[in-house]
Ligand binder design. Structure first.
Ligand code: SF4
Length: 402
C-alpha cells in the first residue's frame, strides 16, 4: 500500500469515526459502543439440533478456577448465558470451579446446559474421565458429553456408540458428540451419516463459514438433527488498521456501535443453524461485551459481510484453516502442523504466550526436535491458505520452545 493511500484512508477513517478515531477500535472490547446489556435483557436461545434442548446462543467457555470466576458464573447465569462448556483436560481446575459454584448454588444446576469432554477414546478411559468430571463438578449428569478434538471420524467406532448408549441409559449424560478443530468439514459430514451423534462443536467463523465444504457439512448436520456449536469464532486476532479494508470495516462497525470482535460474533449468529457460539470469557469485560452483542438486534449489512469476506481473503495467509489432512500427509516424518499453527496463533493473535508455550510443549520432545529437519515444500504447495509452513515452524520453535 502506498503512503498516499494510507494517509487518504486514515483521514477518511477519522472523518467517519469522529472523535473516537483509531483509539476506539484498538482499545479493549468494552471501549466499543455496545457496552453492556440493558437491564433485564437476557441472551436469546436456539434449539440444539433435534435434542429438544434450547441453549443460549452464547456459551461460557474457559477456565472457572479462580475466585473472581465464581462471580462471573453468577453474572453469566443472570444474563441468560446458561450453556457452559469445559473439559476434563482444561488446566487448573476448570471443572472444580464449576463444582464449587453448584455446591454453593444447587438450584443453578438445572438451569445450566453443561458440557464436558473426554480426551480418551477407549470406553474404559472415557468412563474414568466421565466419572471424574461428574465428581469434580458435583453433579449427577452432564447434558452433552464430547469426545475432545476429533480430527478423523474413525476415532469413533461402534464401541464409542455402545459406550454413549450405556452412559445415557445410566443417566450420566443426556447427549453425546464430539469437538473438532481439524478437518471439521469431513468430520461433520461423516458424523451426519453415523446417525448417533447429537451435537458437534467445531471451529467455525467468518473465514470458514462461506466455503462450499463448510456449507455442505452444516446442511448435512442440520438434516441429521445434529446440534452445532461454533468455536474459534474470532478467526485469528483482532482486526488491525493496516489496510484500506480494515480501516473501512472498523469505521463502519464503530459507527453502528460495535467492535470488530462483536461483528465477528454477529456474522456467525447470522446462520440460524448454529445453535450457539462457545467463547472463552475469562473476565467480566469480555462477558459483558459478548452478552451485549448477543442481545443487540443490529444486523450486519450486505456491505459489512462483503468487507469481512474481503478482509478474510486479504489476510488468508495469516490463518490456518485446520485442514491438516492436506498438509500433514505431504510431509515424510511426524509433523503435527495443525497443533503447531494453533500454538503460534495463541502467541501471535491472542498474545497468550503461556498458553502458546504449554500447547506447543504437548508435542512430544522427540517430534519437536526433528521438526526443522523435515521438508515442507509439498505441504506448502498444497496449503489452500498459502501458509509459509516451514518458516512458521521455525518461528514456533524459536518463540515457544523454552
Ligand atoms: S497449514 Fe495449510 S494445509 Fe495445513 S492445516 Fe493449516 S491451512 Fe490447512
Amino acid at each position: 500500500m502506498s503512503k498516499n493511500v494510507t494517509r487518504w484512508s486514515r483521514r477518511n477513517f477519522l472523518k467517519t469515526t469522529g472523535a473516537a478515531g483509531l483509539g476506539a477500535i484498538i482499545a479493549p472490547p468494552l471501549a466499543g459502543l455496545a457496552v453492556s446489556p440493558e437491564k433485564g435483557s437476557v441472551v436469546p436461545t436456539r434449539p440444539f439440533g433435534k435434542t429438544g434442548a434450547n441453549v443460549s446462543i452464547l456459551s461460557l467457555g474457559g477456565m472457572f478456577n479462580i475466585a473472581s470466576n465464581q462471580l462471573l458464573m453468577k453474572q453469566a447465569l443472570n444474563w441468560g448465558v446458561t450453556y457452559w462448556d469445559t473439559a476434563d483436560c482444561y488446566q487448573r481446575g476448570s471443572e472444580s470451579g464449576i463444582g464449587k459454584f453448584f455446591s454453593r448454588q444447587p438450584d443453578a444446576r438445572e438451569k445450566i446446559f453443561l458440557v464436558s469432554k473426554s480426551d480418551a477414546r477407549d470406553p474404559e478411559g472415557m468412563t474414568r474421565l466421565l466419572d471424574r468430571s461428574l465428581e469434580r463438578m458435583k453433579t449427577d449428569y452432564i447434558d452433552l458429553y464430547f469426545v475432545h478434538a476429533v480430527s478423523d471420524i474413525d476415532e469413533l467406532d461402534n464401541r464409542t456408540k455402545a459406550w454413549a448408549e450405556e452412559a445415557k441409559a445410566a443417566g450420566k449424560i443426556r447427549f453425546f458428540g464430539f469437538s473438532t478443530h481439524w478437518n471439521m468439514e469431513e468430520c461433520m459430514l461423516e458424523a451426519a451419516r453415523l446417525g448417533w451423534i447429537d451435537g458437534i462443536m467445531m471451529t467455525y467463523n467468518f473465514r470458514l463459514m462461506h466455503s462450499d465444504d463448510m456449507r455442505r457439512a452444516v446442511d448435512a448436520c442440520v438434516e441429521a438433527g445434529i446440534g452445532l456449536t461454533a468455536m474459534k469464532t474470532m478467526g485469528g486476532g483482532q482486526v488491525r488498521t493496516d489496510s484500506d479494508t480494515e480501516l473501512e470495516m472498523a469505521g463502519r462497525f464503530l459507527k453502528k456501535g460495535f467492535t470488530d470482535a462483536q461483528a465477528k460474533l454477529k456474522a456467525v449468529w447470522q446462520n440460524p443453524n448454529i445453535a450457539s457460539i462457545c467463547s472463552q470469557m475469562p473476565n467480566m469485560t469480555l462477558l459483558m461485551s459478548n452478552v451485549a452483542a448477543a442481545i443487540d438486534k443490529t444486523q450486519l449489512s450486505a456491505r459489512d459481510n462483503a468487507l469481512l469476506q474481503q478482509y478474510a481473503r486479504e489476510t488468508r495467509s495469516t490463518y490456518c484453516s485446520g485442514c491438516t489432512a492436506i498438509c500433514e500427509s505431504c510431509v515424510e516424518g511426524e509433523a503435527p502442523i495443525g497443533d503447531i499453527m494453533r500454538s503460534l496463533m495463541y502467541c501471535n493473535s491472542y498474545n497468550n504466550d503461556k498458553l502458546a508455550a504449554s500447547s506447543f510443549r504437548k508435542i512430544p520432545e522427540k517430534v519437536r526436535r526433528r521438526l526443522t529437519r523435515l521438508d515442507y515444500a509439498k505441504a506448502e504447495s498444497k496449503c489452500p491458505q498459502g501458509l509459509p509452513i516451514a518458516k512458521l515452524i521455525q518461528e514456533a520453535k524459536k518463540k515457544l520452545e523454552t
